[in-house]
Design a binder for this molecule. Structure first.
Ligand code: FE2
Ligand code: FE2
Length: 220
C-alpha cells in the first residue's frame, strides 16, 4: 500500500515540487516549494486526526498536502487541476480508485474560485494550505518590493503562526502575531478574507468552528 513516505521519496514528485519552487520564486511569488508543502502535509494530517478520520484518510491527507501545489510549474492559474492530474498519472497503479479519486478531488478543489468543499479530505487540505502565512514564505524582502507587493508585505509581517486544534470543543484556531508596523491588520484582511471564508466553510465540513486570532484579538 502506498504510504506518505513513498510519496515524499518519489523522484517524479520531488522534481515537480523542486521545479515549482524554482518557477514560483522566478515569477515573484511566495514559497510554494518543499517548506510550504511539508507544513501543509503535517497540518492536513493533524486536522484529519482531530476530525476523527480513519488512519488511511489521515495518510491520504498528508499525501494531498505534499502534492497540492506541484502543478504550479505547468501554469499558475490552473495549478490545482495540473497537480490533481499529475498525482493520478504518478500513482494510478498504486492507489485503489476510491483513494485516487478522493485525493484528486481534494487537490483540484484546494484553490478554486468558488468556495466548494466537497469532502472532509478537501477540508483538511484547504485549512492546512490557507493557514500557512509566515514571513519565511517571502523571498524578496527588499523594502522596494515590500512597498509594492501587498502579498509579500502581509506575509512578511507574520512573525508567528500557530494552528491550534481543540478536538473536544471542535474549534480550529489560527493564531497569528503580526508586526503592525510592517503591515496593518486591515491589509491582512484585504488579502486573506477570501481564504478565511474558505477556512470557515472547511471547518464546518469537519464539524468544527474556525477562529482567527491576530495579536491576541479574536477577529473570527
Ligand atoms: Fe495552491
Ligand atoms: Fe499551497
Amino acid at each position: 500500500m502506498l504510504t506518505f513516505e513513498d510519496v515524499t521519496n518519489n523522484p517524479q514528485i520531488r522534481e515537480y515540487i523542486r521545479r515549482t519552487e524554482q518557477y514560483m520564486k522566478s515569477i515573484g511569488y511566495t514559497d510554494h516549494g518543499f517548506t510550504h508543502v511539508e507544513i501543509a502535509a503535517r497540518r492536513a494530517q493533524e486536522l484529519a486526526v482531530m476530525a476523527g478520520m480513519s488512519k488511511r484518510e489521515q495518510e491520504l491527507a498528508a499525501m494531498t498536502g505534499y502534492c497540492h501545489d506541484m502543478g504550479n510549474f505547468l501554469g499558475r492559474t490552473q495549478h490545482h487541476y495540473w497537480a490533481a492530474l499529475l498525482f493520478s498519472q504518478v500513482f494510478q497503479e498504486q492507489l485503489p480508485p476510491i483513494e485516487l479519486a478522493a485525493a484528486m478531488q481534494a487537490i483540484a478543489a484546494h484553490d478554486k474560485e468558488d468556495v466548494d468543499v466537497p469532502s472532509k479530505l478537501t477540508a483538511c487540505l484547504v485549512i492546512a494550505d490557507k493557514s500557512d502565512v509566515r514571513s519565511s514564505r517571502v523571498f524578496d524582502k527588499s523594502s522596494a518590493n515590500l512597498l509594492l507587493d501587498i502579498h509579500d508585505r502581509v506575509n512578511n509581517a507574520v512573525i508567528e503562526n500557530k494552528l491550534q486544534l481543540d478536538a473536544k470543543k471542535k474549534i480550529i484556531t489560527l493564531k497569528l502575531k503580526i508586526n503592525t508596523s510592517q503591515a496593518p491588520v486591515m491589509e491582512y484582511f484585504e488579502i486573506f478574507s477570501e481564504r478565511m471564508t474558505y477556512c470557515r466553510h472547511s471547518a464546518k465540513t469537519l464539524g468544527c468552528k474556525f477562529e482567527l486570532v491576530i495579536n491576541d484579538f479574536r477577529l473570527l
